[in-house]
Design a protein. Structure first.
Length: 110
């Protein structure tokens, strides 16, 4: 079994003890079957239900008008290096028109 990083201090000097993992460095204990840390980013899915992660490249599945401008991002536009963020618009990304937030339901993973 590979050592898990401690959710509290980030060290990998940890060991399993029954149903718990224990960090030898800071003494933190957590359930061995936990899915990473609770603050882990939520799962964001694209229009096809594919899970998106930081750094993914996506393409738009519809024209999107950029708020406060006359720019429209065209369907099929490729957007590289998305970042998953909290909130109503889950994707933080850089496009030809600048940085903006997009909804995951309007893109698909490239
Ligand atoms: Zn620790």
């Amino acid at each position: 079994m590979t050592a898990k990083a401690c959710p509290q201090c980030g060290q990998t000097n940890t060991y399993p003890d029954g149903d718990l993992f224990i960090c030898a460095d800071c003494g933190f204990e957590w359930p061995a079957n936990a899915q990473e840390s609770p603050e882990d980013r939520r799962v964001v899915r694209d229009a096809n239900g594919t899970v998106l992660t930081d750094g993914d490249t996506v393409t738009l599945i519809k024209d999107l008008k950029v708020k406060g401008s006359s720019i429209t991002l065209k369907v099929g536009s490729k957007i590289k290096g998305i970042r998953i963020v909290d909130g109503d618009h889950e994707l933080d990304c850089k496009t030809d028109a600048g940085s903006m937030m997009l909804k995951a339901c309007f893109v698909k993973k490239a």
